[in-house]
Design a protein around this ligand. Structure first.
Ligand code: CO
Length: 139
């Protein structure tokens, strides 16, 4: 498996609007587009661009959202996951599994429109890790 660029850092928040206000006040930056729903992941999403990567703000979409528990433990929100690109999502999944890592579910369409999956933090030094197929390299 080939490790690609750090695509984004996922930040869970109880309110995307409040988080955007923080980025606006602290950095003077505006989001890349309006927030949008990502039902497949159970989150509402909005991106803020940095020159070399992005911050992915994620807010729960419904009570069954996978980030509800995280926000119960971290009411202000906080750093939730990191996302690395790979050239081939299916090869990457097979590679993680061959190494004994717990892949959480099947690859699903992520916020950038390419397939993603998550690797359990217990197999990644405590960091929930999203693996994403590099846009434009779909097989
Ligand atoms: Co993400």
């Amino acid at each position: 498996m080939k490790l690609g660029r750090l695509n984004h850092v996922g930040v869970a928040t109880p309110s995307i609007e409040k988080s955007l206000e923080t980025y606006r006040t602290m950095f003077g930056v505006e989001p890349r587009g309006a927030p949008f729903d990502l039902p497949a992941q159970g989150v509402r999403v909005c991106f803020v661009d940095a020159p070399n990567s992005q911050i992915e703000l994620i807010e729960p979409l419904g009570e069954a959202s996978p980030i509800v528990k995280f926000l119960e433990k971290n009411p202000l929100g906080g750093q939730h996951h990191v996302c690395f690109e790979v050239p081939d999502i299916h090869a990457a999944k097979a590679d993680f599994e061959a190494k004994g890592a717990r892949v959480l579910g099947e690859p699903r369409i992520g916020a950038h429109g390419t397939l993603v999956f998550f690797v359990h933090p217990k197999d990644m030094g405590g960091v929930l890790t999203e693996i994403m197929e590099t846009p434009g390299e779909a097989h």
